[in-house]
Design a protein around this ligand. Sequence first.
Ligand code: G
Ligand code: G
Ligand code: MN
Ligand code: NA
Length: 257
Amino acid sequence: LAMERELRVALDDSQFELHYQPQFATAAGATAHPCGVEALIRWHHPQRGLIAPARFIPVAEECGLIEAIGDWALNEACRCFAAWKSAAINPARVAVNLSAHQLRNPSLPERVGTLMERHGLGAGELELEITESVAMADPAAAVETLERLRALGVTLAIDDFGTGYSSLAYLKRLPIQVLKLDREFVGDIESDPSDAQICAATFTLAHSLGLEVVAEGVETEAQRAFLASHRCDKLQGYLLGRPQPAEYWEKCWRSKA
Ligand code: G
Ligand code: G
Ligand code: MN
Ligand code: NA
């Protein structure tokens, strides 16, 4: 439980930081302005340096600190987006990852509404990502919370799609707008013909259900070409841009403006 103590200190001492990874419309390419960014949390540990979320989010979930950390991330992402907006260099949308605990909290929509109002975010400017397993653990409760978030104008995305057990038909019972195809699938598109088939079929079904598809983990031109030819809506991955601090993107976008 040493890490729990350290996580409390980290919250008090502002040791967390959000990095942002851009998303691009598939047709536009990485030279265009991004159509959105995903906020990804990092921990600047005073002794151990930069710690990835995979190493501390599970601990935070276990000890209940994820609520406070998740709330910090939501506020920080909205604050940052508002600053970009007022500087007229904003990507159209900021996406924030939610943990299971946050989604289970019935006061989440009220909190999100307060933050959107505080920072002046309008409909379509905030996206929340939840994983398949989180959404499907208690679909009835999830639907109610998600409907209330929708009413605030929040866009809802299913993260890591393809790694869980849910079918698209079942997922469609949730009020979601975006599917994020897991990078595991994208990585094998070129080498595994059945993964390529699954991707193609997923896009067709997703579009027929009115869902937008974002491919994650796009690392090669061949993957980009495949995804473009199969009408994937948006791309995210190292080929187009790594997660970087806000200041990095501010410089980058200003120089292009
Ligand atoms: O950036 P990286 O690939 O290391 O992120 C790993 C995982 O951490 C991703 O699955 C992502 O969803 C999760 N993650 C990143 N930032 C946050 C956050 O602010 N809150 C939650 N709950 N998870 C996050
Ligand atoms: O689960 P989630 O999709 O929220 O996690 C996103 C994670 O994927 C982040 O930790 C991010 O650093 C990582 N990531 C983003 N783009 C790429 C990529 O092109 N390749 C790989 N291997 N990881 C990526
Ligand atoms: Mn995500
Ligand atoms: Na993902």
